[in-house]
Design a protein around this ligand. Structure first.
Ligand code: SF4
Length: 146
């Protein structure tokens, strides 16, 4: 199995640690979860030059990489503080879902998971009302990071 370049891994680890701090989230309590997602991000850095979310299926990665919505930290994270990769979560390992619109898959799977640090993160929360329609056009997400 291909491995990302060390420089990409280092860059993504630095970014992930910094963003977790900035957004008031933590990395998953199971280190293998975080390692798999960071590796996926680093692989995309090598392949595309951008940290495209590794937990979606894309029909055209190159085209998707030109858009902002699934660059880590993606629109869902910046608007709703929800990370379906489980990279940025609460200390108990659950993703924050309290800001998601009704009917979103995160709500269906996890129910309402409250945000322990509401004063941090959500830099694009002003887009929350317009987001469901645009996010509805996004690639399929999956629980797998492979
Ligand atoms: S869901 Fe968003 S925040 Fe989480 S790893 Fe993917 S791009 Fe990053």
């Amino acid at each position: 199995m291909a491995e990302p370049k060390q420089v990409s891994l280092d860059k993504m680890w630095k970014y992930v640690k910094g963003f977790a701090e900035k957004s008031g989230t933590t990395m998953h309590p199971t280190p293998a979860v975080t390692e798999a997602v960071v590796k996926g991000l680093a692989m995309h850095m090598d392949e595309l030059g951008k940290p495209l979310c590794p937990c979606n299926f894309y029909k055209d990665k190159q085209a998707e990489a030109k858009l902002r919505r699934w660059m880590c930290a993606c629109d869902e994270m910046q608007i709703y503080k929800y990370c379906h990769c489980l990279l940025f979560v609460r200390e108990d390992g659950l993703p924050i879902t309290e800001y998601l619109p009704d009917g979103h898959e995160g709500r269906e799977i996890y129910g309402v998971v409250t945000d322990p640090t509401p004063d941090k993160g959500r830099a694009l929360k002003h887009k929350a009302s317009a987001a469901p329609a645009s996010l509805g056009e996004t690639p399929e997400s999956s629980a797998s990071t492979s």
